[in-house]
Design a protein around this ligand. Structure first.
Ligand code: AMP
Length: 284
C-alpha cells in the first residue's frame, strides 16, 4: 500500500491507474479507523480495481462549538489496519494540502442538509460537501463508498453528486455494529462503561420502533417519536437532539409512518454525541 500526502502525487498515480483502464474506488474517512470503516474498504475492493482510502480530519465540517483538536488521531494504527485490507493507496493530506492559502470556494449543500444534523450543527454539511467533492475529484473516483451510519450525510452526498453531475457512483454500505448492538464509531472510545450501557438504548429503541411500524402500519409519526424517546429516557439519556421518522430521500418528517421510512436518532450520552438509524424498506 502506497501512502501519499500530496495532491499532486495522487494525481500522477491515478492518471496512470486510469490509463491502464482500471476503475477507482475511494473511501473517505477521518481516521481513528474501526471495523465499520474497514467494511467500506472491503466493499470498495469488490467494486473497483484500485482502492483509495483517505484519512483527513476535515476542519471545515466542525462547527465552532466542536473541538477539532480533541478528535481522535491514530494514524499509525490506521495505516496498519488499511495494509491488512485490499487498499492500494492511502491518501493522508495535511490541512494546507486540502485548504491551501487563498482557498475560498465552497459547495452550498442541498436543501436536505438544513434539518436534523444541519440544525444541531450549522455549517457542518458545507464542510462535508466541499471536502467530499474535492476528494472525489482528486481521486478521479468512479465509485465512492459511504456508511449508512451517517444517513443524512449519505443522502446529502447523493443529492450533491446528482445535482452537480459528478461522474461518480455513490454506494451506501450497512452500519457495522459491536456485538452488543452499538453502532461502531470513532467517538465510542469516549464513553464510560456506564455511558456505553445507556447508549445501548439507542439500538433498542430503533428495533422497537421497527417492530411497531411493521405491526401497525399508518401510525402517526409522533407516536413513533414518543416510543423512541420513552426508551431513551428510561435508560437515562436526557439529551435527545432528534428521534424521528422521515422519508429516506427527502428527509422530510412523515406525519403518518409509511414505508420506506428512515428512523433517525441523535443524542448526547455523557459528553459524547451519538447518531444511529434504521431504514425500513417498502414491502418488508
Ligand atoms: P468518519 O471517519 O466518521 O467520517 O466516517 C467515514 C465513513 O465511515 C463514513 O462514510 C461513515 O458513514 C462510515 N462509517 C462510520 N461508522 C460506520 C459504521 N459503524 N458502519 C459503517 N460505516 C461507518
Amino acid at each position: 500500500m502506497q501512502v501519499l500526502t500530496r495532491v499532486e502525487e495522487v494525481t500522477q498515480r491515478v492518471i496512470d491507474v486510469k490509463r491502464s483502464g482500471n476503475r477507482i474506488a475511494v473511501v473517505p474517512t477521518m481516521g481513528a479507523l474501526h471495523e465499520g470503516h474497514l467494511s467500506l474498504v472491503d466493499r470498495a475492493a469488490g467494486l473497483a480495481d484500485f482502492v483509495i482510502a483517505t484519512i483527513f480530519v476535515n476542519p471545515t465540517q466542525f462547527t465552532p462549538t466542536e473541538d477539532l483538536s480533541k478528535y481522535p488521531r491514530t494514524l499509525e494504527g490506521d495505516l496498519e489496519q488499511l495494509r491488512q485490507r485490499k487498499v492500494d493507496l492511502a491518501f493522508v493530506p495535511g490541512d494546507n494540502e486540502i485548504y491551501p492559502r487563498g482557498f475560498s470556494t465552497f459547495v452550498d449543500p442541498p436543501e436536505i442538509a438544513r434539518s436534523l444534523e444541519g440544525t444541531s450543527r450549522p455549517t457542518h454539511f458545507r464542510g462535508v460537501t466541499t471536502v467530499v467533492l474535492k476528494l472525489l475529484n482528486i481521486a478521479r473516483a468512479d465509485v465512492a463508498v459511504f456508511g449508512q451510519k451517517d444517513f443524512q450525510q449519505a443522502a446529502v452526498i447523493r443529492r450533491m453528486v446528482k445535482d452537480l453531475n459528478v461522474p461518480c457512483q455513490i454506494i451506501v454500505a450497512p452500519i457495522a455494529r459491536d456485538p452488543d448492538g452499538l453502532a461502531m464509531s470513532s467517538r465510542n472510545r469516549y464513553l464510560s462503561p456506564d455511558d456505553r450501557n445507556k447508549a445501548l438504548a439507542i439500538r433498542r429503541s430503533l428495533l422497537k420502533a421497527r417492530v411497531s411500524i411493521l405491526n401497525s402500519p399508518g401510525q402517526p409519526s409522533a407516536k413513533i417519536s414518543q416510543l423512541l424517546r420513552d426508551e431513551l429516557t428510561a435508560a437515562g439519556i436526557q439529551e435527545i437532539d432528534y428521534a424521528v421518522a422521515v422519508d429516506p430521500e427527502s428527509l422530510e418528517p412523515q406525519s403518518v409512518v409509511t414505508t420506506p421510512v428512515a428512523i433517525l436518532i441523535a443524542v448526547r450520552v455523557g459528553t459524547t454525541r451519538l447518531i444511529d438509524n434504521e431504514l425500513i424498506e417498502a414491502n418488508e
